[in-house]
Design a protein around this ligand. Structure first.
Ligand SMILES: *Cc1c(COP(=O)(O)O)cnc(C)c1O
Length: 402
């Protein structure tokens, strides 16, 4: 029998469980193999098929798939017209790419604080951060819960800003009954293996705006066009094409697209399982005084990509670091999403200082991400709950002991 991680407690689970893992089945594998035996490994039919599928799924008019979610954000920032000296407002509780996309374009990220209970960017803090130089807002649907799109759209319209939704976590979520991806000026997706559906790597930008769509197509392929209406000179012959902007090679392969088409068929299953796990966690953790459960806004029907466990430091005798270590001793391997972006040395050197966003900084001190993925068994879920509960109860601060 394994030694209990907490004295007198039930033994730790036998095997390690991680915070995220992809789910690949035989249909996924066959889809990739079929492409490998076909004529087109890239720029083939699977690209258009996937784009069509993303449009059907979300109701967006256009989708441009690309090499990864970071490339999607870069293309969106370029299409939004972000350039030298422009400011882009975003949240610090996100992956670095949400802010880096502004830097790629010569712009400057401006961090607006989060709501202390939903953990999403606070629209009023966004409005307060707007200056003459603000060009765009990158709003992250953190953990998969939609940002407050009505209020953010209203603010962006009023101030003439482009609303880019970083939807790396959001696939499968709806806001007021409409799928995220069809609402903002542009929404980006990521298909990294920890996300809800994966292509190995992959990304997409969704938009309803034809002008933005045409720009995105150019940025994906070097700024090169074969469309005569976009050319500045007379075509020289059938081989002729022109480079009319500075673009990149941000293309997705047909293997990735085929994998994603197959993965998207399973999205309803992924969504349902994630919702079940989140409901079980919420049910158990909301009873424990030492834990705070993320608040859901009623407008968002959420497919959660991450489950955030937040401790209430006043009610526990251990801090987040110790809670994290105690869970690791129980073989529950967590993560932290995210370190506030402006804490990083690269951002420090650009002049950003701690203290910018107090709600975000407090959340960072108190949170960790629990295992959440489709392939978790009921036993996995229950053993995570058991471990968390054991620790939260054992280290509860008893009033009478002080
Ligand atoms: C994963 C992620 C990205 C980047 O996506 P990649 O596909 O890894 O480049 C951007 N923003 C957020 C919020 C993410 O979680």
């Amino acid at each position: 029998m394994k030694k209990p991680a907490i004295e007198g407690g039930t033994p730790a689970r036998e095997t390690k469980i991680y915070y995220g893992h992809q789910y690949i089945d035989d249909a996924d594998i066959q889809a990739v193999v079929d492409v490998m035996k076909s004529a087109d490994l890239t720029c083939g039919p699977k690209i258009g098929e996937l784009e069509e599928k993303l449009c059907q799924l979300t109701g967006a008019r256009y989708a441009v798939v690309c090499s990864n979610g970071t490339a999607a954000l870069h293309m969106a920032a370029l299409a939004a017209g972000v350039g030298e000296g422009d400011e882009v407002i975003t949240t610090p509780i996100t992956f670095a790419a949400s802010a880096n996309c502004a830097l790629y374009c010569g712009g400057r990220p401006v961090f607006a604080d989060i709501d202390p209970e939903t953990y999403n960017i606070d629209p009023e803090k966004v409005e307060a951060a707007i200056t003459e130089r603000t060009k765009a807002v990158v709003a992250v649907d953190y953990t998969g819960q939609s940002v407050e799109l009505d209020r953010l759209s209203e603010i962006c319209k009023k101030h003439g800003l482009v609303l880019i939704e970083d939807g790396a976590h959001v696939i499968g979520t709806t806001y007021k009954g409409r799928a995220n991806g069809s609402i903002s000026d542009m929404t980006t997706f990521s298909f990294h293996p920890v996300k809800t559906v994966t292509g190995g790597e992959g990304g997409a930008v969704l938009t309803n705006d034809e002008t933005l769509y045409k720009k995105l197509l150019l940025y994906r392929t070097h700024g090169i066009t074969r469309d005569e209406t976009q050319m500045e000179h007379e075509p020289d012959g059938a081989w002729y094409y022109e480079q009319v902007a500075l673009g990149y090679n941000y293309r997705m392969t047909d293997m990735q697209a085929a994998l994603l088409i197959s993965q998207l068929d399973k999205l309803p299953l992924f969504r349902q399982r994630r919702k079940e796990i989140v409901a079980r966690y919420d049910e158990e953790f909301s009873r424990l005084p030492g834990l705070f459960v993320q608040r859901e806004i009623p407008e968002s029907d959420t497919t959660r990509h991450l489950y955030i466990l937040r401790i209430v430091p006043e009610k526990l005798t251990i801090d987040r670091k110790q809670f994290f270590a105690a869970l690791a001793a129980e073989n529950v391997c967590c993560n932290v999403h995210y370190i506030p972006t402006y804490y990083f040395p690269y951002y420090e050197k650009l002049g950003y200082k701690k203290g910018l966003c107090p709600n975000a900084e407090k959340l960072y001190e108190e949170m960790l991400s629990l295992p959440l993925y489709y392939a978790m068994t009921d036993e996995d879920v229950e053993s995570v709950i058991e471990a968390v509960t054991k620790i939260a109860v054992y280290y509860e601060r008893k009033q009478c002991l002080r």
